[in-house]
Design a protein around this ligand. Sequence first.
Ligand SMILES: Nc1ncnc2c1ncn2[C@@H]1O[C@H](COP(=O)(O)OP(=O)(O)O)[C@@H](O)[C@H]1O
Ligand SMILES: O=C(CO)[C@@H](O)[C@H](O)COP(=O)(O)O
Length: 494
Amino acid sequence: MYLGIDCGTQGTKALVLDTHSGRVLGQGSAAHRLISGANGRREQEPADWLQAFEQATAQALQQAGVSGREILGIGVSGQQHGLVLLDGKGQVLRPAKLWCDTESAAENAHLLDFLGGDSGSLERLGVAIAPGYTVSKLLWTRDRHPEVFARIAHILLPHDYLNYWLTGRFSAEYGDASGSGYFNVRTRSWDTELLELIDPDGALVRALPELIESHRCVGPIRPQVAERLGLNPRALVASGGGDNMMGAIGTGNIAPGAITMSLGTSGTVYAYSDQPQVSPHPQVATFCSSSGGWLPLICTMNLTNASGAIRDLLGLDIDTFGALVGEAPVGAGGVLMLPFLNGERVPALPHATASLHGLTSDNLTRANLCRAVVEGTTFGLRYGLDLLRDSGIRSDAIRLIGGGAKSAAWRQIVADIMGAPVACPQHTEAAALGAAIQAVWCASHEHGEALSLDDLCERCVTLDDTRGAQPDAQRSRAYEGVYQRYREQVQQLQ
Ligand SMILES: Nc1ncnc2c1ncn2[C@@H]1O[C@H](COP(=O)(O)OP(=O)(O)O)[C@@H](O)[C@H]1O
Ligand SMILES: O=C(CO)[C@@H](O)[C@H](O)COP(=O)(O)O
């Protein structure tokens, strides 16, 4: 038995995987608190992640009817880009700034200038640093909280921090590291000179964790943590990775040919590549995968946070919301929503705000508003998919995951707007599943067996035939017109 954990923005998900049958035996989840403030502040207390880890794990074990003693390995997936700062005793120095925190957008612009703009950043790092990436959070901490900055002994990403808590070791792997903004995706190494620009004394460079390859384990679980979680003290902790990298493994996207689309708090679209073919489009991030290759990706910052905001505003539960989305016509009766509540990464509109267009006294209905937010957020993913297609990604096979993929109406809208068939894996919690699969793979290397990741994905990732969606030619044609209207509105904001 292996445990997969995904520390997402809204909560932690855990699952127990039986590697012999490839079946998920039990799942659990626990919510996270979000600290929001003016100027785009979005932070979380790492201590909350630990508590959620514990709760979700206990639930998953209970549902599986499995003793924690049977767990042979643990894989951890985490929201990308967050910054966890620790002092010399391994204590958290301040709340973690998250991927969706735009408070350090000015610092990002400053660093991007230093790198020579998007093209300089692409040339040097293989990615164009964007607001939300980790590196600008370090500059922000230096300038706004010098007393904290002076005490930094370790800089970790969320999943690195959870691995540290589990094992006592400071490590990182290529997938998540490639979203830091101080990592070169071509050479798979830290860009220490960029960190020295922020801190010429070299303390940040000394605070970097050790990089390990995706197929390695960080080490065994610490006895006191094993006891707290009721787990086998011999369980091995895998390298883990960013949630999108783990979502790739959990959807079997570990070779060229498939596209994974995630409808989580963020919206992401990505496809595996075995070469670091850096896209000329700065909005396409050529991250590393957590399976040995690369994972060109686009990310929108407004997805289920936007649909959730409209749902809350109208006082609807999830099922009623889904029913209303299904009731409204294609194009929401002329209501177009630009859902940029948090600014936006793709399209690149860091300072944009959300807006509603085309409202009349006839079309201002709850159903149209619900459909408009789903369509508007999905147009952002189409915009990103077009950039990926333009960068050479040829596949049309979309695997849909994340909370929003539970909605039948949303799945159909994705198929119609993308003009491509959509398939859902049995487990929409693909990042947690990918983490568990990666844990089996890493443990097998540790034991000298080196199982094939391909075989493991084949055994553990199955598609759910009842939740696919085929594009409808008439609706897809109608959506082309609405999408052009979206693009025109976006252009006016650029
Ligand atoms: N049936 C549904 N229809 C629409 N949205 C849903 C549905 N089920 C869950 N969600 C949305 O998915 C969100 C959680 O998605 P998830 O992928 O777990 O996010 P994250 O990984 O960012 O924490 C919930 O907040 C909710 O808004
Ligand atoms: O910033 C990105 C990818 O670059 C996000 O995709 C985060 O990794 C957060 O993911 P979710 O919490 O939405 O799953």
